[in-house]
Design a binder for this molecule. Structure first.
Ligand code: HDD
Length: 683
């Protein structure tokens, strides 16, 4: 007896997609066998048990059960995009590597930007360092520049990395906090690790709460070597500089973004690329010789130190554009395997002990995460230039090598791969040292650059750093840990230490930590600020425009087109996503409903409301909060007559950031910046 398809009786959905006129691909098993019913498992009788024989069910469920791979132990949450890098200035005097000598060549790249501490499903906007990893598929092999958005690191030696990570990750007994450093174990470790304080200053600055992944810098951190045709070496540090300039959120905004949109930064990057607003970064280098390095007041091999731009200026040599979203998150963003050991002929590593440990760790991690030494064959990891060797077999071997020769040297097969004179050569460095578990004295000054960073900030940024430390220490439950942190801050800057002590309600200051080396007073370096690097532009930003019943269409259209002209996006917000009827009787649909579009997700806000609607809305908490949060987060507010009444009712004080949109130029000018003066009201 042929069985009837139950869908005909119960209408469980199959008939809906069968009615589509589009020609679909045939649904098959992984063996290519066509599937006639993907809704019902094979049963003995209509209400009977499912049969083990159902190979279609078993194949589907087995695959599903194994869909996840171990997430990255750090940097688990990331967003990525494809693009290309184009060299504009040759470094032929310094290196033979083609990516730095062939001006005009476009090299494909894949760039993944991540948080460090949280799991793969954690939110986008905690206070955290951001990973900035770029894989460049060059004609000479893959080069991975695996950096962060902060130019220094917490520790000087890779042997401490597991401790640092265990301290910042959720505490092992209680399993929280997820994705944040504001807890005892992190600050306990930090307070016992003086070398971490320079990076702590950066991590407590607004760099760790970026507005957009398109508005952060990237740093290779370590010194690397460039090697020229004569075999001479020059040290190099790499910097990515965003064309949109730097922009961060303020802390209250970052915290509120966590409930407004878990995927805020991921969505921002995806949508920007999707609408053709491609983010770009200049690649700049700092070049210096061994002799020049010896004259620096610090050791460039110490990853807790940076080289101020005032000492070694940046040279821009090319630009990276991200212009294509991944087709599949897992296949690309999740499976991409970065390794700092992936470098090219014409480059080499420095002896930075953190870098040296990384050269081991990443390859090892890929073996456990991706499960096979053949991870290089996954399309996102495979070089785009030819590659061949005598490595064979292993899990998930995709290649079908031909011939009988799987060794080298060999003579039996003319086309089997051989060594080449243009292959990778290590720099011929001479050593006259003894073996030992040592750290050089030149790494011992932990505070001079921390102080230099702090004093280089604007007053606004200094306040934010102090507030961030107060916030974090207020979450720390152990008083001894708080005191130890303050004892280090006293070495960095007494005023900062006092401010933090006052913020956490400390009655008596601890004594200052006894630094191994007395810190030097280094000159201020304005290049270390964020505010100084904000661009006077609306490009790449988003303005939220609230409208309601009876709003004026002309006013809305005029405002929208002025914003668009600036290269920004304007999102229409209403209390219903279906929109509202305008004064001319036309219905205008909203892009978003206000409950799902709090003002934290916008760079500036505007209200176009009739006096009647304004009166009605002034009683709605969600709308009060919309404007009030924009004000507190220092954003520009644009209003018409109706909205002006609403702002008065809510108690928003008028300043140069609050403008009538009759004068759109004034609004646009004010939306290009944040209105820092307001902060004084809240301190
Ligand atoms: Fe790391 C991932 C950046 C020190 C061990 N690291 C990872 C990623 C970035 C960085 C951006 C994510 C790459 C991606 O998107 O897939 N790590 C850094 C920087 C460091 C640093 C800038 C210091 C300058 N890392 C560091 C040390 C060790 C590791 C000292 C170990 C000794 N890092 C890893 C890792 C990860 C990783 C465990 C996790 C996932 C992965 O490698 O692929 O191997």
């Amino acid at each position: 007896m042929t069985q009837k398809n139950d869908n005909e009786f119960y209408g469980n959905g199959q008939e809906l997609h069968q009615t589509s006129t589009k020609k679909h691909k045939k649904l098959t098993t992984n063996q290519g066998v066509g599937i006639s019913d993907n809704q019902n498992s094979l049963k003995y009788g209509k209400r009977g048990p499912t049969l083990l024989e159902d190979f279609i069910l078993r194949e589907k469920i087995t695959h599903f059960d194994h869909e996840r791979i171990p997430e990255r132990i750090v940097h688990a949450r990331g967003s990525a995009a494809h693009g290309h890098f184009k060299l504009t200035k040759s470094l032929a005097d310094y290196t033979t590597t083609k990516i730095f000598t062939e001006v005009g060549t476009e090299t494909p790249v894949f760039c993944r930007i991540s948080t460090v501490a949280g799991g793969a499903g954690s939110v986008d906007t905690p206070r955290d360092v951001r990973g900035f990893a770029v894989k460049l598929y060059t004609s000479e092999g893959n080069w991975d520049l695996v950096g962060n958005n902060i130019p220094v690191f917490f520790i000087q030696d890779a042997i401490k990395f597991p401790d640092l990570v265990h301290a910042v990750k959720m505490e092992p007994d209680r399993g929280y906090p997820q994705a944040g450093s504001a807890h005892d174990t992190f600050w306990d470790f930090i307070s016992l690790t003086p070398e971490s304080f320079h990076t702590i200053m950066w991590a407590m600055s607004d760099r760790a709460i970026p507005r957009s992944l398109r508005m952060i810098e990237g740093f290779g951190i370590h010194s690397f070597r460039l090697i020229n045709a004569e075999g001479q070496s020059t040290f190099v540090k790499f910097h990515w500089r965003p064309k949109l300039g730097l922009q961060s959120t303020v802390w209250d905004e970052a915290a509120k973004l966590q409930y407004a949109d878990n995927d805020f930064l991921r969505r921002d990057l995806y949508e920007a690329i999707d609408q053709g607003d491609f983010p770009e970064w200049d690649l700049a280098v700092q070049l210096f010789t061994e002799e020049e390095a010896e004259a620096f007041p610090f050791d460039h091999l110490d990853p807790t130190k940076l080289i101020p731009e005032e000492l070694v200026p940046l040279k821009v040599i090319g630009t990276m554009v991200l212009d294509r979203n991944p087709d599949n998150f897992f296949a690309e963003t999740e499976q991409v395997a970065f390794c700092p050991s992936h470098i090219l002929p014409g480059m080499d590593f420095s002896n930075d002990p953190l870098l040296q440990g990384r050269l081991f760790s990443y390859l090892d991690t890929q073996l456990s995460r991706l499960g096979s030494p053949n991870f290089n064959q996954i399309p996102i990891n495979a070089p785009k230039c030819p590659f061949s060797n005598q490595q064979r077999d292993g899990h998930m071997q995709m290649d079908v090598p031909k011939g009988r020769v799987a060794y080298e040297p060999s003579s039996l097969q003319a086309d089997s791969p051989r060594e080449s004179t243009t292959g990778f050569k290590s720099f011929n460095e001479e050593f006259n040292e003894s073996k030992g578990r040592v750290r050089p004295e030149s790494f011992a000054d932990h505070y001079s650059q921390a102080r230099q960073f702090y004093i280089s900030q604007t007053k606004i940024e200094q306040n934010h750093i102090a507030n961030a430390i107060v916030f974090e220490l207020s979450k720390v439950e152990t008083q001894a840990v708080r005191l130890r942190v303050i004892s280090h801050l006293m070495v960095i800057d007494k005023k900062l230490a006092n401010k933090v002590a006052e913020g956490i309600g400390l009655d008596e200051m601890p004594s200052a930590f006894k630094a191994a080396v007395k810190p030097k007073d280094l000159p201020e370096s304005p290049a270390l600020q964020i505010i100084g690097k904000m661009k006077d532009t609306l490009k790449g930003r988003t303005v939220g425009l609230l409208f309601g019943e009876g709003s004026d269409e002309n006013q809305i259209k005029r405002t929208q087109s002025a914003i668009k002209k600036e290269g920004a996006t304007c999102k229409l917000i209403a209390t219903k996503v279906g929109g509202a009827k305008l004064s001319n009787g036309k219905k205008l649909e909203a892009d978003m409903q206000i409950d799902g579009a709090p003002s934290v997700i916008f760079d500036a806000v505007i209200g176009v409301l009739t006096p009647e609607m304004a009166k009605k809305y002034s009683k709605l908490p969600v709308i009060n909060e919309w404007f009030m949060n924009a004000y507190v987060h220092l954003k520009a507010i644009g209003h018409d007559e109706g909205t002006n009444m609403l702002l008065d009712k809510i108690g928003i004080m008028k300043d140069e950031g609050v403008n009538d949109i009759m004068n759109l130029d004034a609004f646009i000018k004010s939306a290009k910046t944040r209105h820092w003066a307001r902060e004084k009201q809240f301190s």
